[in-house]
Design a binder for this molecule. Structure first.
Ligand code: TXA
Ligand code: MG
Length: 359
């Protein structure tokens, strides 16, 4: 990670959001085939892609992101038919889940096939695989004709990118190109499900909810256990699940509450900070903004409080927008544990450095 990255010009390639053929798409695919790094849109967040069968190409991802080599990359395929080319075993469970959720925001952790070099897997024997649903991602993967390893296209630990501009802000001059296919629609990363353990366990909550997974596999274990610190004895069971992650530069304080309790806690904390002369920002649902409008807060609205899909879609852009306001602290609250609430809480807690505050 200490390797210097020689400065280079990053191409910004625009293509239609529907994935229809374009010179930009062809060029992006050719760059991937030539072992270059190309950022591209998926339905969750922008990914930083490289040829997943080429160890040197994959190494470039870790260097560009300044990411530790122990943190495994997800391999992206254009369709489930190629699963057996990257996974050494494909259990029936995997086929069932692929049938139901692919293309879509679900990553399956399976035994790694030899075709995928160890560096892609963080040195381990498993591989995370997913088939993204974004039409641009699918067209790119089909055209490139290779499995593509892609983490989120941000600097290590920083907020994930949901637009090409976010990628540019983090990686300009460090990668060959960014394929701009418009903003991402899901907005939080895929759910990572480990199928190499019994019962299968969610390592990271994400775009496919625990309720949806359990409707197919009732025995799926929630992400609770993966909150165990990485310093635990024994092998790291959920590599890459850092306490601090997805984080803005500005200090973020997140209250584990919603509704009136959350607003009261945010008001108290805002007033305390302002007494110290601090500039305060807040992430709020649309209808909550009015309740705090008497305070001189810089507010980023996330959408209606009962629409967790919209809140997920806007979360990272809102965090990045507030991060550019030269604030001393950003206040936020969680959105419960149902549906996407689990992924939102996970991202907000890590963005705050690993701690939630009780109201
Ligand atoms: O939605 C997404 O998953 C996005 C888009 C680009 O596909 N990708 C993404 O990648 O979020 P990344 O690298 O930022 O996060 C992937 C996480 C890793 O940090 C790691 O925790 C977990 O997925 N992961 C990947 N492969 C794994 C494996 N073989 N075993 C355990 N965890 C794995
Ligand atoms: Mg990431």
């Amino acid at each position: 990670m200490s390797e210097p990255v020689p400065p280079r010009r990053t191409l910004l390639l625009r293509t239609a959001e529907d994935g229809s053929p374009s010179p930009a798409l062809t060029q992006a695919a050719e760059l991937l085939r030539a072992s270059e790094l190309v950022a591209f849109p998926t339905e969750t967040v922008y990914g930083l892609g490289a040829d997943a069968t080429n160890a040197e190409a994959a190494r470039g991802i870790f260097i560009a992101k300044e990411r530790p080599y122990s943190d495994p990359l997800i391999v992206h395929l254009p369709d489930a038919g190629q699963l057996a080319s990257v996974a050494a075993q494909v259990p029936d469970m995997a086929r069932q889940l692929a049938e139901r959720f692919w293309p879509g925001p679900l990553t399956l952790v399976l035994p790694r096939a030899e075709r995928i070099p160890a560096i892609v897997a963080g040195g381990g024997q498993t591989v995370g695989v997913r088939v993204p649903s974004h039409p641009v991602a699918r067209a790119l993967l089909r055209t490139a004709g290779i499995p593509v390893a892609a983490p989120s296209a941000n600097r290590f630990m920083h907020t994930s990118p949901t637009t090409a501009q976010h990628v540019l802000a983090d990686l300009d001059g460090r990668i060959a190109a960014i394929l701009d296919g418009g903003p991402c629609t899901v907005g939080v990363e895929s759910t990572v499900l480990d199928l190499t353990t019994d019962p299968p366990r969610v390592l990271r909550p994400g775009g496919v909810t625990l309720e949806e997974l359990r409707a197919v596999l009732p025995q799926v274990e929630g992400p609770w256990a993966s909150a165990a610190p990485e310093t635990d004895a024994g092998p790291v069971r959920a590599p890459g699940q850092m306490a601090r992650h997805y984080a803005p530069r500005t200090r973020l304080v997140v209250f584990a509450a919603r509704g009136a309790a959350a607003l009261a806690a945010m008001r108290r904390e805002a007033m305390r900070a302002m007494e110290h002369g601090e500039r305060v920002g807040a992430l709020l649902a649309d209808e909550e903004a009015a309740a705090l409008s008497d305070l001189p807060l810089i507010v980023a609205r996330l959408g209606p409080g009962n629409d967790l899909a919209e809140i997920s879609r806007r979360l990272y852009a809102a965090l990045r927008a507030l991060d550019e306001q030269d604030l001393d602290v950003i206040l936020a609250h969680t959105f419960g544990h149902e549906g996407l609430g689990l992924a939102l809480e996970d991202r907000l807690r890590r963005a705050a450095g690993g701690e939630l505050r009780m109201p």
